[in-house]
Design a protein around this ligand. Structure first.
Ligand SMILES: NC(=O)c1ccc[n+]([C@@H]2O[C@H](COP(=O)([O-])OP(=O)(O)OC[C@H]3O[C@@H](n4cnc5c(N)ncnc54)[C@H](OP(=O)(O)O)[C@@H]3O)[C@@H](O)[C@H]2O)c1
Length: 270
């Protein structure tokens, strides 16, 4: 596993997302989430991303990381409007995650960021969180994020980046490099569609010499082929896929022609 700099942390280039997959309540599903986290550790994945907005996810992450919390870095997100509501939601995240320190706290989709960033800055000054960041899914938010990056108010930015969604390449990735800001990549598999919804079978032949054995690994290696990316966080509900996805973190820097090949092959097969 390659480890990359995310602000003040060294994180595994492949992390774990928890949107939908950790929003579970039955004993069986919680046990499966625990197995996913165990498999993360067994495969050198040390970074988990969750959010107050993801239903039961923070609670399940809290349960699944009990006893092994010190081996993992946690990121979560605040998503609501108003200072008092924000402070209450943030306090609840600490409770549900069962921890008194959170490595990264993000403002989810920039919602009421003007209110939440000062709250998170105070928590950072008090040593209760390690870093603060913002997340966004839409390009309309990018100019404001660029301003925040230039002003030094955020340690990290989480955005979508994959073979077909490359909106961050123009301004945000160069700014991240210039200012030493961590980049977290959401939706590396486009919610799984670029693996599960293909009409044709991609040809992996030229990728095998790089240790790529599955199409999911090819898509993840494409994302990590940009060295400005700190970590990407594919989610899965299937414990066995943790090992498959983690292996993409050992591919190393793919040559540009291989990144182009993966992009063209995705277009051909979609
Ligand atoms: N606004 C925001 O801040 C925001 C928005 C979106 C996402 N995120 C974060 O980014 C994370 C990743 O995004 P995402 O979960 O939407 O999308 P994603 O990681 O691109 O895709 C997840 C889907 O891919 C499938 N998958 C994973 N590994 C696979 C494999 N090896 N082979 C085939 N299918 C595979 C999973 O299905 P199975 O369960 O069947 O494996 C799951 O349905 C989220 O979990 C969340 O933490 C943040």
């Amino acid at each position: 596993m390659e480890y990359r700099k995310l602000g003040n942390l060294q994180v595994s280039a492949i992390g774990m997302g928890t949107l939908r997959t950790f929003d579970v309540t039955s004993d069986d599903d919680i046990a499966r989430s625990q197995e996913i986290i165990e498999n993360c550790l067994a495969n050198d994945v040390n970074f988990i991303d969750t959010a107050a907005w993801y239903g039961e996810s923070e609670k399940v992450v809290g349960i699944a990381t009990a006893g092994i919390r010190d081996q993992l870095h946690l990121a979560t997100k605040v998503r609501c409007e108003g200072k008092a509501e924000g402070e209450a939601q943030i306090a609840r995240s600490f409770q549900l995650l069962n921890t008194d320190y959170i490595e990264l706290f993000q403002v989810h989709n920039m919602i009421d960021w003007q209110t939440h960033l000062p709250t998170l800055q105070n928590l950072k000054d008090e040593g209760k969180i390690g870093m603060l960041g913002v997340t966004a899914m839409v390009h309309e938010a990018y100019p404001t994020i660029a301003e925040l990056m230039r002003s030094g108010r955020v340690d990290t930015v989480q955005i979508p980046y994959n073979v077909m969604e490359r909106g961050c390449e123009e301004e945000l990735l160069p700014l991240a490099e210039e200012h030493g800001i961590g980049i977290l990549v959401m939706e590396p598999l486009q919610k799984g569609r670029y693996v599960k919804d293909l009409k044709r079978q991609p040809d992996l032949t030229p990728l095998r010499e790089f240790g790529i054995e599955t199409w999911a690994q090819a898509l993840l290696a494409w994302v990590l082929g940009d060295s400005r990316v700190s970590v990407t966080i594919p989610a899965t509900s299937r414990p066995e896929r943790v090992m498959e996805n983690a292996a993409a973190g050992s591919v190393g820097q793919l040559p540009q022609e291989m990144r182009d090949y993966i992009r063209h092959e995705t277009e051909r097969c979609l």
